[in-house]
Structures are given as C-alpha cells and as structure tokens.
Design a protein around this ligand. Structure first.
Ligand code: ATP
Ligand code: MG
Length: 340
C-alpha cells in the first residue's frame, strides 16, 4: 500500500449503522442497550442513525398513520435529546431514503426462504396470529438492506438482534459470491452493560416497545416521574425477603443490573450496597436512579418536539446526507445484477 493510502486507511473511522423502530415508546432498555452506547462513541466513529419506520409496518393490523409519523418524530427527539449531534452523525427516517426498499427487493430475490423461517423473532412474532403478513417474514431482508446500503462496518445491537446480523452477513457473502465483490460484510457489536433489560412485569421477557401497552412493563423515556416510580415499585421480584444476588430470581437480578448500569457501580458493589436489605430499599434507590437519568432527557425531548418544523428540517437534511452514500452503493448493486 502506498503511503497516502495507508494514511487514508488509518484515518478511516469505522462506519456504524444503528436502527430503532418507531413501534412504541422508547424505553430504558433501548437507552442502555443502544442509544447511550451510540452517543458515547460518536466522535471515534462515523455514525448513521436510522428511524426504521418501514419496519414498523410488518403487523398491518397495528398501523396507525398519524401515530406512526408522530412516533418517528418522537424517536428523533429522544435521539437528539440523548446527545446525538446531527452535525457529527447522520440521523434520518428510513422511508425518506428510497434505496432501503429498493435494495430490500434486490436482496429478497437471492434470499432462501429457509433462512427466513429459521429466524426466532419471526417465529415468536408470528405465533398466535390468524394471519401473518409477508413483511414479517421479510423483515430481516429489509434490515440487511438498511445495513448493506451504507457499506457498514459495525452494527451495535442487543442480543435479540444478533441472529438478524448473522443473516445480513450471510446475504452479503452470498451476493458477493454470486455476482462479484459488491458489499462490505458488517460485524455486530454487543454492548456489555445493560445488554438485555427485562420487563418489570415479567422478567422472563425482554423489555420491548411493542409491549409498552402493558402497565408496569417498561420504563418509558417520555413517561412522567410518577409513572416511572410506580413501575419500579411494582416490579415483579420473588418471595425472599433479603437480597442475595446468587440466589436471586431473574426479576431481582434485573433490578440490580439496572441499578448498576444507571449508577455506574458494578453489580458486586450494588449487591454489597443492598446486602441484608429488603427489596423495597433497592427499588427506592433504583427509582431515584431512573428518574435522574430519564427526567432531563424527557424535558429536552419535549422541547424539541414542540418545534416540529425545526425537527423535520434536521431529518430532511439527514436523509439528503444518507442518500449521498446509498445512491452509489445501489448503482454498484444494480450494475452487478444487470438492472437499472
Ligand atoms: P420492538 O418491540 O418493536 O421490537 P424493541 O424495544 O425491541 O421494540 P427495537 O427497535 O427492536 O426495540 O431495538 C432498538 C435497539 O434497542 C436495538 O439495538 C435493540 O437491540 C435494543 N434493545 C431493544 N430492547 C432492549 C432491551 N430490553 N435491552 C437492551 N437493548 C434493547
Ligand atoms: Mg425488538
């Protein structure tokens, strides 16, 4: 490699793609497992933040057009309030960049059905439904398109999305083998602390936006203090009276993990802090820590949401910058396939 190239390679910051669905209200799991990690590494990486509204269409019975548009704005406001800087990072709404859908079709045509039927998220989300839309099955292909359209190096995800990243890699490799080197094969990155926040009402189930209709399930980032405190205080624990991490149930461990992530102490330190205490003490301390994190974030997000025009302007600028990347990638893909 020549000197100039070596220098360019060195100064190349890894490109990171992160997506969040506007399917419900963002919660502390999204913040700890995703958003806060992205903000921390904003300077060392080239970040692309995408509000994936097309992914929110996979359950047609649940589509509410007005609500969907508003939820996309509200996700954007939370991102910005959490510290994502639109001058440093690209932040935009997926449907504003048509290359996502276009690439998804092209990738669909090379995706074996068996790969999609194997996805555990498809299995769990299609269970107990009378009718399942093709969008639910094809969801991981659209996700692969989101990632591959940007020559992404790294995708930071919680454990729940790991299988979809594997599929994305498999698709990129398959395409490259069939039609020549076209896609960058991305890697996933699982954050350590707070990797998987569980539901407060049912600690066996991951805290999820789509379950936010269940009272006491999630700690929502735009919820008032009172609601946050109530959700923590009524969290499911177990019938023990004293706190011992090693014997603790999933629910109690979830509370300790959350406390540790929010207050910056290790789980062992948190355990020592509450050793011999009842669960009430832990819950009160946790409620305080939750409110200290969520309160200021909520106030700033609400301020941004109040100026719709300014917010939409930031998103339009983000989409234009996104397309500067996706259009040349799509050109490459179409050339490889002999279309367009
Ligand atoms: P949905 O119910 O619509 O799937 P979700 O809460 O699972 O919503 P996603 O939009 O699927 O959220 O994921 C957004 C990001 O947040 C992803 O990086 C995902 O891995 C992460 N994430 C989601 N839920 C949690 C959780 N409970 N703990 C940690 N990270 C999470
Ligand atoms: Mg999810």
């Amino acid at each position: 490699m020549q000197d100039g190239n070596a220098q360019a390679a060195q100064s190349h910051r890894p490109r990171v793609f992160s997506g969040v669905q506007p399917t419900g209200n963002l919660h502390l799991g999204n913040y700890l497992g995703a958003i806060s990690q992205w903000v921390k590494r904003q300077d060392e990486r080239e970040n692309i933040f995408c509000i994936v509204d097309l992914h929110a269409l996979t359950i047609p019975e649940d589509i509410d057009p007005e609500q969907l548009r508003q939820r996309s704005r509200s996700v954007a406001a939370v991102f910005l309030a959490a510290g994502i800087d639109p001058d440093k990072s690209i932040i935009f709404v997926q449907s504003h960049v048509p290359e996502h859908s276009e690439l998804a079709w092209l990738l669909n045509c090379i995706t074996p059905l068996g790969w999609l039927y194997r996805m555990t998220q498809f299995k769990s989300k299609s269970e107990n439904r009378d009718s399942v839309g093709a969008g639910l099955l094809n969801y991981p292909v659209l996700m692969a398109a989101d990632i591959l359209a940007y020559d992404t190096d790294i995708v930071p995800v919680g454990e729940d999305q790991q299988q979809h990243i594997e599929l994305t890699r498999d698709l990129a490799i398959r395409f490259n083998n069939l039609f020549g080197d076209t896609f960058t094969v991305p890697k996933s990155e699982i954050p350590e602390a707070g990797a998987r926040v569980m539901g407060l009402d049912d600690p066996e189930a991951k805290m999820s936006k789509s379950l936010s209709h269940r009272p006491g399930h999630a700690l929502e980032l735009l919820a008032p203090d009172k609601q946050l405190r109530k959700a923590v205080m009524s969290a499911v624990t177990d019938s023990d009276r004293e706190l011992r991490y090693e014997h603790a149930s999933r629910g109690v461990r979830n509370l300790l993990d959350l406390y540790s992530a929010l207050s910056g102490v290790t789980v062992a330190e948190a355990e020592a802090e509450f050793a011999g205490e009842g669960y009430g003490t832990l819950k009160k301390a946790l409620a305080g820590a939750v409110i200290d994190t969520v309160g200021p974030l909520r106030e700033e997000a609400n301020r941004l949401l109040a100026d719709e025009k300014a917010l939409d302007g930031i998103l339009a600028q983000g989409a234009a910058r996104a397309r500067e990347i996706t259009m040349p990638v799509l050109r490459r893909v179409k050339d490889a396939l002999g279309v367009g």
